[in-house]
Ligand binder design. Structure first.
Ligand code: FMN
Length: 447
């Protein structure tokens, strides 16, 4: 593959024993996988051996779901990724962290630390966190309004980038003879005074290998897409059909161009749940076996939480109520709400059927089929402007990852669509993205 040729990007989305709601009930699944560092290290090594660009951990600062019914609670992502950094050397490490329930100084420092520790492999999935459960852990009665959460997120990024730039690259000189460790005039206070944050700076960590962690974004509402267009370098998104995927891709690239960015600088990665069998029938049987393990009443509660509706409105053997609110009236996860409601309406699904459809990936596209069929679909989305790569969300881990790596990647490599070796050292280099310039450093004058 020549270096100028466009090639696929793969991110592994690690989610406990797999993305299927019932995966923990399979004989192969480890009961304590979600809090087991060695388990995550094994997955990280498999993904790195397969030359994935990155791996990713989701997060919310609240206990999700009923701990009686599925593995609940997880390790804090930046802490866990530090343990993964120690046993890997190339793969990118992306942690989710909320702009609604953190402060920029602490979080900028944590990501800068992870970037130093990993040698330039840190990424931040920037989320605004939907739902009242998290708000109630931070002294609030309910979540701040959707628009306010995104406004705070924008200022949060502005402060964070100032903090990451507060040390110039060559500020540290460690000149033992002169007794000067850093040139003080290259360490800048940021003196930020805004609506949400007042931060003097500078950061208490020197500039890291990537300067800024890779900035990833994962909300697909109108505000979310504008935010992505302005700040994100990679976008995670749930797109249930190719048509919707292509429209989303074009929309975000257009918005990026409209704010003066190179659209190539924003990589769009829809989530896919690959369910792979030697034959199509075997793949379908695997999917059906998992769906049989779903507990419908519990899954109904999960669905209500996912889309922020009162569970009493959902009746298992009926369609969704006709008079649901519009997306404008939703203060939680707007785009996921619309995705789920449109899917149910389009196919006239009962709540029970809808749960079956969402059980595998909470609205992400499931590609079920043989390795060639899965590779064909990936290639189709990639070549027709619906994806720059994919967020791989195996229904069952680690087996779903192993099958994807052993059966699908060789086909994509044969077609020249995916790397056989890493060519870069940092996460930005894997995604073909530049290292940010420093807003405080004097502009370089060409000699
Ligand atoms: C692949 C993927 C992973 C996500 N991970 C998280 C997460 O870990 N935590 C979180 O609060 N939101 C996460 N989100 C984003 C939520 O879906 C988002 O909060 C929601 O879509 C609200 O954004 P919106 O209102 O702009 O649609 C993720 C989204 C996608 C597509």
């Amino acid at each position: 593959m020549s270096t100028t040729e466009r090639s696929l990007h793969f991110n592994l989305f690690i989610h406990d024993t797999g993305h299927h709601e019932a995966s923990w009930r399979l004989p192969e699944s480890e009961p304590l996988a979600h809090i087991d560092v060695a388990y995550h290290q094994r997955l990280a090594r498999i993904a790195e051996d397969a030359k994935f660009d990155s791996l990713f951990l989701a997060d919310s600062p609240a206990l999700w779901g009923d701990p009686g019914r599925r593995p609940s609670g997880r390790l804090e992502p930046t802490v866990l990724l530090t343990a993964l950094a120690a046993v890997t050397s190339r793969i990118g490490l992306i942690a989710t962290a909320s702009t609604s329930y953190n402060d920029p100084y602490n979080l900028a420092r944590r990501f800068s630390s992870l970037d130093h520790i990993s040698g330039g492999r840190a990424g931040w999935n920037i989320v605004t966190t939907a739902g009242d459960a998290a708000a109630r852990n931070f002294g609030l009665e309910s979540q701040p309004a959707h628009a306010d959460r995104y406004e705070r997120a924008a200022e949060f990024i502005e402060v964070s980038t100032k903090l990451w730039d507060s040390w110039e690259d060559d500020a540290v000189v460690a000149d033992k003879d002169r007794g000067v460790h850093a040139e003080s005039d290259r360490v800048h206070p940021i003196a930020h005074a805004g609506k949400y944050f007042q931060v003097d700076g500078a950061l208490n960590v020197p500039r890291s290998p990537q300067a800024h962690p890779l900035l990833v974004q994962a909300g697909s509402s109108e505000d979310g897409k504008d935010f992505a267009a302005r700040y994100a370098e990679a976008v995670f998104t749930a797109q249930p059909t190719w048509e919707e995927g292509q429209a989303f891709y074009a929309d975000v690239k257009r918005r990026a161009a409209a704010v003066g960015r190179d659209p190539e600088g924003v990589k769009i990665l829809p989530g896919i749940v690959p369910v792979i069998g030697d034959t199509e029938a075997q793949a379908l049987e695997l999917e059906a076996e998992l769906d049989r393990l779903i507990q419908p009443e519990y899954a109904k509660l999960q669905l209500a939480t996912l889309i922020g509706l009162d569970p009493a409105l959902l009746v298992l053997d009926r369609e969704l109520p006709a008079d649901l609110p519009d997306e404008d009236e939703i203060e939680g996860a707007k785009s996921r709400y619309t995705l789920v409601v449109e899917l149910a309406r389009r196919e006239r699904l009962t709540v029970r059927q809808l749960i079956g459809r969402l059980g595998g990936g909470r609205g992400h596209r499931t590609f079920t089929g043989t390795p060639v069929q899965v590779a064909d679909t990936i290639e189709h989305w990639f070549r027709t402007g619906a994806a720059d790569g994919f967020n791989i969300m195996p229904a069952v881990l680690p087996s779903g990852l192993e099958v994807f790596v052993e059966r699908v990647l060789p086909i994509l490599r044969e077609r020249g669509l995916f790397r056989t070796e890493y060519t870069g050292g940092t996460l930005r280099e894997h995604y073909g993205l530049p290292r940010p310039a420093n807003q405080f450093a004097p502009a370089l004058v060409n000699a």
